[in-house]
Design a binder for this molecule. Sequence first.
Ligand SMILES: *Cc1c(COP(=O)(O)O)cnc(C)c1O
Length: 411
Amino acid sequence: MHYFEYHAGQLHCEQVPLQRIADEVGTPAYVYSERTLHRHVRVFDEAFQSVPHLICYAVKANSNINILRRFAEWGTGFDIVSGGELFRVLRAGGSPEKVIFSGVGKTLQEIRYALDSGILFFNIESSAEMDLIHGVARQANKPVRVSIRTNPDIDARTHPYISTGTQKNKFGVSLPEARELYRNMRQLSNVDVVGVSCHIGSQITEMGPFEEALASIRRFVLELQAEGVALKYLDFGGGLGIPYDAEEPPSPAIYAASVACATRDLGIQLVLEPGRVIAGNAGILLTRVLLKKNQSAKKFLVVDAAMNDLIRPALYGSHHQLWPVREENNKEKVDVVGPVCESADFIARDRDVAVLHAGELLAVMSAGAYGFSLSSNYNSRPRVAEVLVNGDSYQVIRRRESYEDLIRLEE
Ligand SMILES: *Cc1c(COP(=O)(O)O)cnc(C)c1O
């Protein structure tokens, strides 16, 4: 559900015509709908209303500080994976006591920064990391709250690059190892064990893998409780998928009902780390057709956005719907490609796309998550502008980079 719709043959974001944004801000540009973001946060939160819970938005999905500021105002917490993300969250006015820190390789500096900031807890991903974090806490003479990210060895049945919960992945700790870690942690003076966590992958479109993970983590919590480990939090991670094309992922309500049902009697507060399901369909990448090019075997639509702006098609072979900004029903089969010097630089291949002419605009849909945040300056292309629409007005929330910006840090 999102607020990108046609009115009088022109694609709008809420009440703002995308043509107007292209005229005034230029292209390419990421355009986000605040109303959609807010709706997604509310729907997700309401789905869990029958159980104590904390929603920690996964910052890496879309980390623009203006968007984080909105989330902070709406009361969400944050799941971070780096010191840089913590910095953004704090600058955006996020409360440290609603921040959790995940990731397999936190530096000493990042651990110290998060500890000094007073975050809610660290998700620990190995026994080596446990030692590091305990060392930092002792040196600082402070208690540190931790949870262990277990790896339940479950195939999330998603793209291998975003599957994280099997023993072949670098993430989390196997259950036998986690069992031992919980025992050993009791001996660590400065460690306060508050939770158990798991996150099995991203863009998961069926309940099966979640159900398996729930059963596994439930058994594990019961076992720990029987051993006298008092846990306050069960962090079930993120990963709920969205419809990019014909997928029909479970709704937040169905997902939440299942999570709540499996955990309600454990007497534990839930933590959820949704990213994509909040931001994905709340944003598009607005691009302009530079030219059309016919090779003997194929027709190409060359647009001004490229893989450095949106790498998902090249990285995951992912599908993004392409909507013409001026409504057009005639279609032709084309490859939509950018100007970057790589054959992997495509937005779509062999796709029936509305017949467009040079200079016309195209919306690459569902680009609000893992779009701008994964962008780069490859080919010395300045990173694009980001725009946040609210009702009938919009705000540029990140200026388009200039050529000067490209070399600013180079000595
Ligand atoms: C990426 C990530 C998330 C968010 O995943 P989505 O699929 O975007 O919901 C949550 N938790 C952790 C630990 C992550 O790495």
